[in-house]
Design a protein around this ligand. Structure first.
Ligand SMILES: Cc1cc2nc3c(=O)[nH]c(=O)nc-3n(C[C@H](O)[C@H](O)[C@H](O)COP(=O)(O)OP(=O)(O)OC[C@H]3O[C@@H](n4cnc5c(N)ncnc54)[C@H](O)[C@@H]3O)c2cc1C
Length: 537
């Protein structure tokens, strides 16, 4: 595949932004069509999430066998995961292996951040420019920029005064960090913090954990994958994948629950199921009954179950109460990991409640919160991401009539199927707002998006069509559908990043579509109806 050169610049059929799991598969699919494509990646290698999040303890919390590419049975069978929940280095090696195996490196430009992309209506092409000064023209522009790839640092007064080292889990130094014997402050208690804390406690002199909101953590019981189970999966990968895709979050078929309300059976039966799921470990903790995420009464049973576990694990009753979340379980991402609550029994760990005071300021060697000052050598911010829209809006995307995506999304990310935006022809977003995305096993969503987009582009090329674009009407109906589905669940009831609530001034809109199976069939139906809801030229 060679890039053509046009009037002093490069020209390809498709420009893809991002070389994480999504960008790699998209590139592979486009090349399989015999089209030319180029990927721009701001990092120096493939892997995305697993390139950037190198903090100690980083690993997936979807089981490795499920958190694997779906498109190639040979690939699936030849890669052997060493643990039930793979570590970051192993996930990064997997991405590198895939890029080598399918010869993808040749079409990726690294250390190149896309800054601007402009749709030129006269020639019906996208003009893209990068930080390294490259300009490229393409028929299609696909963003595979990730949902959790713009690290968020909270605004804290006098941040620059701190003279020690400051790290963000989402941008961890490649060369690693030696924290041995240090006094460390960690800000944030979400999924990354619950992984990093148990991993670093044994080597620290002291750890201060600054907690604004307590979160639910269920055990992983990580270990080797039982060989019998692995053999049974490898015997029929297609069924394994198909069955998982029938689950609302596209994973966990083997722990499928009952289509029953938790309120319709004796309380002890619900408790027994929760106990079994707790002892099994993993993200399927809330899959036992059909209303744990839709009924507040049912949800309370699961929430109280976890709180009882926290009170049992954490010896200091004041600390265990602080660690008990106040919101419904599941409306913020449930974390999976081993040893998090246990860490608070260690003598060198102090939990600091900042729910009322926040962090007032940083000193030269301290964090000041409430009435106290906490001396620290280094700080770790495990404060998450400007999720879903952050990476997209960091690029200046200009559509028809010079309208920018930033203007178009001022009130929230309006889209059709999460894949397309009206006013922005030949433009696709992978796992963006409006698609099931972060509420699913991302590999299943990525696979579905890459296949759908590549078939769409192939159909356009075969039929010699030049433009595809969502209509405003279909976009409005889709935005209503996504919020309607969410309003029947407990999801909108707390200030989560799904709603944009972790970022000051971000418009509040529940972004992901809930339910992979219904989303997948909707996309299929639209494709079969000659891309209904889209304008084709
Ligand atoms: C710590 C952590 C654990 C996770 N665990 C799971 C899990 O267990 N299961 C699960 O399903 N999901 C998990 N996720 C979500 C994870 O992001 C996805 O599973 C998946 O890796 C997303 O792949 P992606 O290619 O869409 O995005 P990413 O992996 O985020 O890749 C996007 C890439 O785009 C690049 N990029 C962004 N903007 C630009 C630009 N302007 N120019 C050039 N390049 C750009 C970025 O540098 C990045 O490399 C986790 C996320 C985190 C942060």
């Amino acid at each position: 595949m060679h890039d053509e050169v046009h009037s002093g610049g490069l020209s390809v059929d498709v420009v893809i932004v991002g070389a994480g799991f999504a960008g790699l598969l998209m590139l592979h699919q486009i090349r399989r069509l015999g089209l030319s494509a180029l990927v721009y990646e701001r990092g120096s290698d493939v892997g995305g999430t697993w390139f950037w999040n190198r903090y100690p303890g980083a690993r997936c919390d979807t089981e490795s066998l499920e958190y694997s590419y779906q498109f190639s049975t040979e690939l699936f069978r030849e890669w052997k995961w060493s643990e039930r929940f793979a570590t970051q280095p192993e996930l990064l090696s997997y991405a590198q292996h895939v890029a080598q195996r399918f010869d993808l490196y040749a079409n990726i430009h690294f250390n190149s951040a896309v800054k601007k992309s402009h749709y030129d209506e006269k020639i019906r092409k996208w003009q893209t420019t990068t930080s390294s000064g490259e300009c490229i023209t393409s028929d299609f522009l696909i963003l595979a920029t990730g949902c959790l790839s713009t690290a968020h640092l909270p605004e804290i007064p006098e941040m620059d005064r701190f003279l020690g080292k400051v790290y963000h889990t989402g941008n961890w130094p490649k060369e690693g960090v030696d924290l041995t014997g240090q006094v460390v402050g960690i800000v944030g208690t979400g999924s990354s913090a619950i992984q990093v804390i148990p991993a670093i406690v044994p080597q620290l002199r002291h750890l201060y954990v600054f907690q604004r909101t307590a979160n639910y953590v269920v055990p992983a019981w990580n270990g080797r994958i039982p060989s019998e189970y692995e053999l049974s999966v490898m015997a029929d990968p297609a069924s394994f994948r198909r069955n998982n895709a029938t689950m609302i979050r596209a994973h966990g078929y083997r722990n499928r629950g009952k289509d029953l309300s938790a309120l319709s059976v004796p309380h002890e039966q619900v408790e027994r199921d929760l106990e079994r799921r707790w002892n099994t470990g993993g993200l399927n903790f809330l899959d036992g009954f059909n209303d744990l995420l839709t009924s507040t009464d049912a949800n309370r049973i699961a929430a109280e179950f976890v709180k009882a576990k926290i009170r049992k694990i954490v010896k200091n009753p004041v600390v265990s109460e602080l660690l008990c979340p106040r919101h419904p379980i599941g409306c913020k991402r449930v974390s999976v990991g081993d040893g998090y609550y246990e860490s608070f029994n260690a003598e060198n760990v102090t939990l600091v409640d900042i729910s009322q005071s926040g962090i007032q300021r940083l000193g030269e060697d301290s964090i000041e919160a409430g009435q106290s000052s906490y001396r620290c050598d280094s700080l770790i911010f495990a404060t998450g991401f400007d999720a879903m829209t952050g990476p997209i809006l960091s690029i200046n995307i200009i559509g028809r009539n010079g309208v920018t995506l930033r203007e178009k999304w001022r009130e929230g990310p309006r889209n059709y199927l999460g894949l397309s935006v009206s006013g922005f022809p030949n433009f696709f977003i992978m796992t963006g707002p409006g698609s099931p995305s972060v509420l699913t096993n991302m590999h299943v969503s990525i696979d579905q998006h890459a296949a759908w987009i590549s078939r769409c582009i192939n159909s356009m090329k075969t039929r010699q069509l030049t433009e595809i674009e969502a209509t405003e009407d279909s976009e409005s109906r889709w935005v209503d559908t996504v919020s309607q589905i969410a309003s029947n669940t407990i999801f909108p009831s707390c200030n989560s990043w799904y709603l944009g609530a972790n970022i000051p001034n971000k418009p509040r809109m529940f972004m992901p579509y809930i339910g992979f199976p219904s989303y997948e069939s909707k996309c299929k139906e639209i494709e079969e109806n000659n891309y209904s809801g889209f304008k084709l030229v």
